[in-house]
Design a protein around this ligand. Structure first.
Ligand code: PNS
Length: 171
């Protein structure tokens, strides 16, 4: 029987517990889940693509039907290449909706064989974003409720280092 492959794309800069919640639910809905670290042309990433892949792999090590990849091109080309049935995205608030709707329609136009499915986030993650995590950590706040425990040290130290580098550059 043909396996249903789902792709969970995102910037994951860094992965949050909001992301892992949506991915874990995708793992129980689909046979195979590919978490895809992709480039968002509207955002400037702090972590390299390799760092983001590694943090996702560490955070998702308990799921046996998931793998993490990175891809530089169009998401629609990737889903076509691997024959994915579905793109899974988490939807937080109405503020996400217009942007996500636009992306879903564009991806459908570019690759009609793949459907976009939205999973609503848990209420407690409604406000959570990678940008918020970076902002809290850069001001010395505790990000332990927001990122998977296994990557907490890496994320905290890396953000601290980038704040120090910026301060040095300003001198
Ligand atoms: O986590 P994000 O930043 O909301 O994820 C957005 C992402 C990376 C999934 C989106 O920007 C994307 O699909 N980028 C790959 C390039 C692409 O296909 N762009 C056209 C999307 S309609």
């Amino acid at each position: 029987m043909k396996k249903n492959i789902a792709v969970c794309p995102g910037s994951f800069d860094p992965v949050t517990v909001g992301h892992t919640d949506v991915i874990s639910r995708a793992c129980s809905l689909f046979d195979e889940v590919v978490v895809l670290v992709s480039q968002n042309s509207g955002k400037c990433a702090l972590f390299t693509s390799d760092e983001r892949v590694k943090m996702l792999e560490q955070s998702l090590k308990d799921y046996d039907n998931v793998r993490v990849e990175s891809f530089d091109g169009l998401l629609a080309d990737y889903t076509k290449k691997i024959g994915a049935a579905v793109i899974v995205k988490g939807l937080r608030a109405m503020s996400d909706f217009e942007y996500e709707f636009q992306m879903a329609l564009t991806n459908k136009r570019l690759n009609p064989a793949t459907e976009t499915v939205f999973l609503t986030t848990k209420a407690e993650n409604m406000y959570l974003s990678s940008s918020m995590v970076k902002q809290v950590a850069s001001m010395g706040g505790d990000i332990s409720p927001f990122v998977p425990p296994v990557i907490l040290k890496t994320v905290t130290e890396r953000i601290k280092k980038s704040v120090e580098t910026r301060k040095e550059e300003k001198k």
